[in-house]
Design a binder for this molecule. Structure first.
Ligand code: COA
Length: 261
């Protein structure tokens, strides 16, 4: 079976490639687990000095695999900290090494959310971001309600999150979500260049800087926000609105939310 998350270490960089292009790199439980394990192991592996995440094919990622999430919706498993997506996000939040993300094509849901916890985010003209939570009967996750407002301002965050409004790579760069904007064919070269620069900087200095930046931007509040958002998600995933949204996507039709109060 194809490896849906490819992983390689070269020149002190751990490169993680989402490799499910036929499904726009939608993230399954197994893919989250592999990412969580690889990022956690990178934290203590002295050979690795930087982590790079990107997607194969036309997209970065279309977010959570909706088939897996329909299973959760029906109570197959509890929505708690053991869930692979929680483990992956915790691994990212605990990563002390530089985390670089290269984004092209669709970056939906968690594909946008995780950027708020990355250090260097390189985007291209094809990048399209969508924190499409209300469109799915869900709500923001992993402190995106807080982090997005920190970056783009509360008014714009309201607009984006309430309307599930998609925005382009260029827009994301103007707003400061993407930290470097490059031509389509320059994405991986730019990402690798950033990684090599980070590899050659003093690792202790980068660890200290990352820790202080987290402290300065309310890391303690982030954990409280994540908990509050997770509680909303646990209920929202079981809602008829989410089931309608997921079924509509599978059946390639528009959802009808007017049937719900
Ligand atoms: N979960 C499961 N399957 C997904 C998926 C997801 N999140 N996103 C895409 N796919 C599948 C589609 O069902 C389709 O499968 P099929 O070829 O067997 O029919 C395939 O990937 C290609 O998707 P398609 O919608 O045809 O591609 P597109 O380029 O026209 O659109 C997206 C790309 C990302 C805009 C669109 O697929 C989409 O909106 N996906 C859902 C995003 C989402 O709601 N994520 C959850 C966030 S919490």
């Amino acid at each position: 079976m194809t490896d849906l998350v490819q992983s390689k270490v070269e020149n002190h960089v751990l490169t993680l490639t989402l490799n499910r292009p036929d499904k726009r790199n939608a993230l399954t439980f197994a893919m989250y687990q592999k990412l969580a394990d690889a990022i956690t192991a990178a934290n203590t592996n002295p050979e690795i000095r930087c982590v790079l995440l990107h997607g194969a094919g036309d997209s970065f990622t279309s977010g959570n695999d909706l088939v897996d999430f329909m299973g959760l919706s029906q109570g197959a498993r509890p929505f708690d900290e053991n869930l692979e997506v929680m483990q992956m996000m915790q691994a990212i939040l605990l990563l002390e090494k530089p985390f670089v993300v290269a984004v092209h094509g669709d970056a939906v849901g968690i594909g946008s959310t995780l950027l708020f916890h990355a250090d260097v985010i390189i985007g291209t003209p094809s990048a399209k971001f969508n924190l499409a939570f209300t469109q799915l009967g869900l709500a923001p996750e992993f402190a995106s309600s807080m982090r997005l407002a920190d970056i783009v301002g509360i008014a714009r965050a309201r607009h984006i999150l309430m309307l599930s409004e998609a925005f382009s790579g260029e827009q994301a760069f103007e707003w400061g979500i993407v930290t470097q904007f490059v031509a389509e064919d320059a994405l991986m070269t730019a990402a690798e260049k950033a990684c090599q620069k980070l590899v050659n900087l003093p690792a202790r200095s980068l660890r200290d800087t990352k820790r202080l930046l987290r402290q300065g931007s309310g890391h303690a509040d982030i954990n409280a926000m994540i908990k509050a958002e997770s509680e909303v998600w646990a209920a929202a995933l079981k809602s008829p609105e989410f089931m309608e949204a997921a079924m509509a996507f599978m059946q390639k039709r528009k959802p009808d939310f007017l049937q719900f109060d």
